[in-house]
Design a protein around this ligand. Sequence first.
Ligand code: NAI
Length: 251
Amino acid sequence: MKLLDNKVAIVTGAARGIGEAIAVKLAEHGAHIAFTYVSDSSADKAAALEQKLVSLGVKAKAYKSNAADFAASETFVNDVLKEFGNIDVCVNNAGISKDNLLLRMSQEQWDDVMNVNLKSVFNMTKQVIRPMMKAKKGSIINMSSIIGIRGNAGQSSYAASKAGIIGFTKSIAHELGSRNIRCNAIAPGFIETDMTHYLQDGDASKTFLEKIPLGRFGQGEEIANTTLFLASDMSSYVTGQVLSVCGGLNI
Ligand code: NAI
């Protein structure tokens, strides 16, 4: 018996990076996976991931859907319910960064980050709680960031969106705990993905590494392991929490 046998999990923004690692990890532990990607340029990667997940022995389907778009999120969740029957786990992973000092930040940059990172969590959570309430169970996992806890120069929009996710997560945990729906957030530190590639070499890398007690950047799989814990009944008494997975960067 695997930890997530016969559960259905949604993962947003899973064509690469942390989302991809999460989709693979949850599938390895028996979950059927419905995942999203947003751009046509990711279609091949999404198709390859779908194949990989199916080869792990679960049902899997890629959906092109913009998590920042309320109507698209509603359509996506309805399509998943038609295809998969129910939704046990929702991982709100999709995210972007458009870093700039506030002096130079445009309104458009601010809005894009808030829409993709924060509004997407509202869009998706609002849709998945209905089937979860009916089933009297569910686990929602929101991808925050250590930057949402401590802030960072040049990342005010990203930090605000990720801090917003924490407030949202705790509120949903309060609202839906009585329905046996858990809602938690993960706050990754620096994880080696395309999003952080510019930090991974040279002086910037050295400066960051000096601040991380474990002395290295994290891997997508390490976030996926935490997601697996929060998705499964191993965390049945955990809700409204922010789990930092950051090599000790926050201490
Ligand atoms: P990434 O850039 O490699 O992956 C993000 C994924 O989200 C991409 O596949 C992208 O296409 C997708 N996406 C973007 N906008 C979308 C939208 N509107 N609808 C659906 N999908 C969309 O980044 P990474 O590193 O894998 O990040 C995943 C999550 O983890 C993000 O929320 C990010 O903010 C968060 N995070 C990452 C950290 C890191 O060090 N890499 C640290 C802390 C948090």
